[in-house]
Design a protein around this ligand. Structure first.
Ligand SMILES: Nc1ncnc2c1ncn2[C@@H]1O[C@H](COP(=O)(O)OP(=O)(O)O)[C@@H](O)[C@H]1O
Ligand SMILES: [Mg+2]
Length: 422
């Protein structure tokens, strides 16, 4: 049997807290059996490694491993995604399709955010767990499958059971073995270790020297509440690594990256799915970097023109639009930037699901599986808005500071503030 240390290395898991080690040990022990496992823990604590460990250490490892984010699949499609459908079962079902339970026969299915499953699907799931039987949607032919289930949830299942949103019998069936991952704030001794690992990874990735924290900064890091757990820590490490020129990070600098509200207050239980865990801030950062690069290219172009021509007036005339784009029109006070908003559209993440409510699109593709990284389907607009708001808050509305932090020009910030009606 592989040791806990070896597993950590193999799956890139950092940390040495006894509770983490125990969770991994449990995963190792339960792996060779077919027992259902429920992984619990707040969002961002690293639940997704557990089913992978279990699958890889089981006799099923040569068969399929399918990860399904139950929260991301529209209610109308989920039965068909999981169990397949018969041709003609509903409008748009032009051909018979196999569901994940058929495809993963002999393998493992990871049901992430299992608390989000609709009650009707819960009935089907219970049946498949009890005797391996299921029916395709629109079919009366009982099919057999041999699938091992690992589920995960960050929701309070007891509350869901009480509110009759989750079947109690299914809960007990799923949680034969419960593996709990502690929140990061209960693993204080791992926080700096994780930060160092992420900082070193990002230094490699972005080809920059690794950022280092001062003693005081380490204190700030360790004392922070980390409500978004490791995912949030990783994001902050990335932001600091990309944006800070001085590679020695002081407590003040680090603080400017941390959300101020609730840092040491009791946990606010998030029920709304729109609460992000900063999972897309990275994309906004990329966007900011792209914007900067575009600005830089424009400037380079202008400089070249100037060097070639030597006549400022000519260059000014020939490059009117470019100059306007870079420096603005100059009348910041009442500037109406509406016309330039079109050029500043942010990248948009393709939304899950269909744009046609009643007909599931591309049912024959397993397009919801393995997409757990993008569990928050908030658009990048919302993310950008959130980031701008936070930055303005942090700097008490001072645009200059916020713009500097966001790495955009004041003018761009002004434009965005107008765009979002802030
Ligand atoms: N112990 C750990 N060591 C290194 N990275 C981790 C660890 N735990 C989580 N991560 C990283 O944190 C992020 C969130 O983990 P994830 O498994 O998606 O969380 P959850 O499913 O619990 O919300 C991922 O990028 C993951 O690689
Ligand atoms: Mg997850």
């Amino acid at each position: 049997m592989e040791s806990v240390q070896a597993i950590k290395q193999r799956f890139g898991i950092i940390g040495n807290t006894p509770s983490l080690n125990r969770a991994i040990e449990k995963a190792i022990q339960v792996a060779p059996t077919d027992i259902s496992v429920l992984v619990t823990g707040e969002s961002g604590v690293g639940k997704e490694s557990i089913p992978k460990i279990i699958h890889q250490l089981s006799h099923r490892k040569h068969n399929k491993y399918i990860a399904v984010n139950c929260g991301a699949i529209p209610e109308g499609t989920i039965d068909s995604e999981l169990f397949g459908h018969e041709k003609g079962a509903f409008t748009g079902a032009t051909q018979t399709r196999e569901g994940y339970f058929e495809v993963a026969d002999g393998g493992t299915i990871f049901l992430d955010e299992v608390g989000e499953l609709p009650l009707t699907t819960q009935v089907r799931l219970l049946r498949v767990l009890e005797n391996g039987e299921f029916l395709k949607v629109g079919s009366s032919k009982v099919q057999k499958t041999d699938v091992r289930i690992v589920a995960a949830t960050n929701a309070n299942m007891f509350e869901a059971i009480q509110k009759e949103k989750f079947r109690e019998d299914l809960y007990y069936r799923l949680s034969t073995v419960d593996i709990h991952l502690p929140p990061l704030r209960e693993r204080r001794e791992d926080i700096h270790l994780l930060f160092r690992k992420f900082a070193s990874d990002f230094a490699l990735k972005y080809k920059m020297p690794t950022v280092k924290l001062t003693e005081n900064a380490i204190q700030v890091l360790v004392k922070h509440r980390w409500s978004g757990n490791i995912r949030q820590l990783r994001n902050i490490a990335e932001q600091v690594s990309v944006l800070e020129q001085n590679r020695t990070i002081t407590a003040d600098t680090l603080r400017s990256y941390l959300p101020t509200t609730g840092s040491n207050l009791p946990a606010i239980i998030k029920t709304s799915k729109s609460e992000s865990d900063f999972s897309s801030e990275r994309e906004i950062l990329y966007k900011v970097l792209f914007d900067m690069k575009a600005d830089l290219n424009d400037l380079k172009k202008l400089t070249m023109e100037l060097m070639k021509s030597g006549n400022v007036k000519d260059v000014e005339k020939d490059n009117e639009t470019l100059i306007q784009k870079i420096y603005g029109s100059g009348d910041e006070e009442d500037a109406d930037y509406e016309e330039s908003i079109d050029n500043t559209e942010v990248l948009s993440i393709p939304e899950h699901g269909s744009n046609n409510d009643d007909i599931p699109v591309a049912l024959d593709k397993y397009h919801f599986a393995e997409e757990i990284e993008e569990e928050e389907t908030l658009s990048l607009h919302d993310k950008e808005l959130e980031l701008i708001k936070k930055s303005l808050e942090r700097h008490s509305g001072k645009r200059k500071l916020a713009a500097a932090e966001l790495g955009i020009s004041e003018r761009t910030l002004y434009r965005k503030i107008k765009q979002y009606n802030l």
